[in-house]
Design a protein around this ligand. Structure first.
Ligand code: C2E
Ligand code: MG
Length: 694
């Protein structure tokens, strides 16, 4: 039987029922036929494939030469065979053995291409067993950069009629090196696997997240999103990444820097889109990390890009553009200025004053930090000598040591030389090393710490609480002081959890014989709360911002003091705090209680009330329940934790009764008085409340 005798229906059945996958394209390479076996293998419906380039089923990871070879072979009329990675519709990648032959018409012209595809069972098994080819990242199982590029290119083409509208996130884990070096590579890999899983869980099935570098990910959103939706997603991703991970019995908290670029708004090619997302990520990184930034096209007067920053930083020391600002530290018991922290500033001729959080990471990344730190050490010691010669009171000056410098060269030797040259009393010099720097290489850190200490210099552990140090390291380490990080201090008056963490840190430090200083103290409430917990010193805008050396001299000369009333000096008066977001109600309450002999404080919100509680000794609180940001129950629950001795009354409508009964049961609320209240009942209850505290 010749082909001419075979009925069309048989030909059709041979294609349709064939056990290998078959794809036929026209001469331009657009799909005209796919058999059921191939549809099943790819997971696509026929309609989705017809008219498409077969690359839609490809993993897109083959080098361009492979496709060049493929096309030149088949266009010249020969058969091409090889192996290609294909990507199922659900994202799975599998390896296929492919054979493509040209089909000619009776005149001998190539009209179609006929591809036979069979799954490479052996290759796929090997891949599953770990002998991975480079399609997926073998560690996390995520697609790699090439796959993502391919997907972006496809998205950019769109369906030809509508301009595609989508976003790309560049995600970079912050300070990942520290994790790597303090926990080892196995643990770091484990972290990456978990982060990958969290990213996948946070996005939609149709989005693609790829691992594109050691600690870098790119995330392509499939659907169109408004900027607000992108912001929300960025927040969700940040908090997913930030969920603490347990590593070898210790808790590590990760942060990431994220950049977002939108197509077609920010870029129309895959390369540009990635570049812009990376750029925006670098902006987030220079802002200190743990945040996201949208790509913004460079304007003339805009902040310098990472690259320019590196270039400009190269000879910053030579160009004499650095200067030091000094921020006082004050003793909470005596109120006296106890020390100064030297903080470096970069006075750029065009960009003005640049904050260290922007250029220290760049300097650390590039190794320029060593020159920079040496400049700082010299400059600070010279300044100390000047103050000494001017006859000003002796004061300790602390310097920050970067991670990089800590492990580099002969730091103790350099410091000793500078001390000798300037003739400064070494006990007036203090070095701040961050907890992370120590944990990077504890045994080496111990040796350097001991050598520095042998010079007579003091040492403090900076950013305490943010690193990963364990109690055993802490007790063995020869540091004099712990600096509690700002992140614990900023909400110490409103967040009972942080307040108790800080109290515990202080108590523990004292048990180990170390002094404690809290950084970032901005309000009187925070200062008083810290004093109540027995903190030794504070540093922050509340007393002074970092200022130029010229401003320090008069402060020192005048012996400027921190003015915090001592608890004992407070008016021995019954103090009542009223809280309501409606000014009319507050006024009515004040009028009602005016003649009862209380000192009355009033607050329009929960936050305001907590700040007042931190700065005053209050015995009785009367709060409204329904307030916008923080409800009355929430406020009183926090007040119960922070100030257990207060008697707490809530004013509320009947509808809130179920929320209230729970709060009453937990002891957060002593009494509930319904609104509108009866004047005499309210006065009686408040009198009763005060009697409980006498
Ligand atoms: P740090 O050692 O934790 O320094 C404290 C930072 O908190 C300073 O930021 C200071 O200006 C800021 N700060 C102080 N009080 C308050 C406050 O009440 N509220 C707020 N919001 N911030 C406050 P700055 O000067 O931008 O320095 C940032 C970091 O840069 C420093 O953090 C330190 O790690 C690093 N750094 C600064 N100078 C040097 C240096 O000379 N060498 C090295 N290696 N690092 C430095
Ligand atoms: Mg510091």
């Amino acid at each position: 039987m010749s082909a001419a005798d075979i009925p069309d229906s048989l030909f059709r059945a041979m294609l349709e029922q064939n056990t290998v996958g078959i794809v036929v394209t026209d001469r331009d390479g657009l799909i005209v036929y796919v058999n059921p076996r191939q549809l099943e293998a790819s997971g696509y419906a026929l309609e989705e494939l017809l008219g498409q380039n077969p690359r839609i089923m490809g993993a897109g990871d083959a080098p361009p030469e492979v496709y060049q070879d493929l096309w030149s072979t088949i266009l010249s009329g020969r058969v091409w065979h090889g192996e290609l990675n294909n990507r199922r519709r659900n994202g799975e990648v599998h390896r296929e053995l492919v054979r493509i032959s040209p089909i000619r018409n009776p005149a001998g012209d190539i009209t179609h291409f006929f591809a036979i595809k069979e799954e490479d069972l052996l290759g796929n098994a090997a891949r599953l067993l770990g002998g991975a080819t480079a399609i997926l990242d073998p560690l996390t199982g995520l697609p790699n950069r090439a796959m993502l590029l391919e997907r972006i290119s496809l998205r950019l083409i769109g369906d030809g009629n509508v301009t595609p509208n989508f976003a790309l996130f560049s995600i970079d884990l912050d300070r990942f090196r520290v994790i790597n070096e303090s926990f080892g590579h196995f643990a770091a890999d484990e972290v990456l696997v978990r982060v990958a899983a969290r990213l996948r869980e946070t996005i939609r099935q149709s989005d693609m997240v790829a691992r594109t570098g050691a600690n870098e990910f790119l995330l392509l959103l499939d659907s169109e999103n408004s900027d607000t939706q992108l912001e929300e997603l960025a927040q969700r991703l940040l908090s997913a990444i930030g969920t603490p991970v347990e590593l070898q019995g210790r808790t590590a908290r990760l942060t990431a820097s994220m950049g977002i670029a939108r197509a077609p708004l920010d870029a129309r090619s895959a390369d540009d889109l990635i570049k812009h997302a990376d750029n925006a990520m670098a902006m987030a990184k220079t802002a200190g990390g743990g945040c996201f930034r949208f790509y913004a096209p460079p304007a003339k007067d805009q902040a310098i890009a990472w690259n320019d920053l590196t270039a400009a930083l190269r000879d910053v020391v030579k160009r004499d553009e650095l200067l030091l600002h000094y921020q006082p530290k004050v003793d909470l018991r005596t109120g006296k200025m106890q020390g100064l922290e030297a903080l470096v500033r970069w006075q750029h001729p065009e960009h003005g004053l640049i904050a260290p959080s922007r250029f220290i990471p760049v300097a650390e990344e590039t190794g320029l930090i060593v020159d920079l730190n040496e400049w700082v050490i010299r400059a600070a010691l010279r300044q100390m000598r000047l103050w000494m010669d001017a006859g000003l009171p002796r004061i300790t000056v602390s310097l920050n040591l970067s991670l990089r410098h800590f492990g580099y060269g002969d730091l103790p030797g350099f410091i000793a030389t500078c001390i000798e040259e300037t003739g400064v009393d070494p006990t007036l010099l203090e070095l701040e090393i961050s907890e992370g720097a120590v944990m990077r290489d504890p045994s080496r850190a111990f040796i350097i710490v001991d050598r520095i200490k042998s010079l007579g210099v003091k040492l403090s552990l900076d950013d305490f609480g943010t690193g990963l140090s364990s109690l055993s390291y802490l007790s063995r380490m020869n540091v004099d002081k712990l600096k509690i990080d700002q992140s614990f201090v900023h909400d110490i008056t409103t967040n009972p959890v942080n307040a108790s963490i800080v109290a515990a840190m202080i108590a523990m430090a004292h048990k180990l014989g170390k002094r404690v200083i809290a950084v970032g103290v901005e309000t009187e409430g925070q200062a008083r709360q810290l004093r109540r917990h027995d903190c030794d010193e504070i540093q922050g805008y509340f007393f002074s911002r970092p200022v130029a050396a010229e401003e320090i001299a008069p402060m020192l000369a005048a012996g400027r003091l921190l003015s915090l009333k001592t608890e004992a000096a407070e008016p021995d008066q019954k103090t009542l705090l009223l809280v309501d977001d409606e000014p009319n109600i507050l006024n009515a309450l004040k009028r009602l209680l005016r003649r009862d002999g209380y000192r009355i404080l009033s607050a329009g919100s929960g936050e305001e009330a907590l700040e007042l509680l931190a700065t005053n000794s209050v015995q009785v609180i009367v709060s409204d329940q329904r307030m916008p940001a923080m409800s009355g129950v929430e406020l009183l629950s926090r007040a119960r934790e922070l100030y257990p001795h207060t008697v707490r009354i809530i004013l509320s409508g009947y509808s809130d009764i179920s929320t209230l009964s729970d709060a009453i049961n937990r002891g957060a609320v002593w009494k509930y008085i319904s609104k509108p209240w009866d004047d005499e009942t309210l006065k009686d209850e408040i009198r009763h409340a005060f009697s409980l505290r006498n």
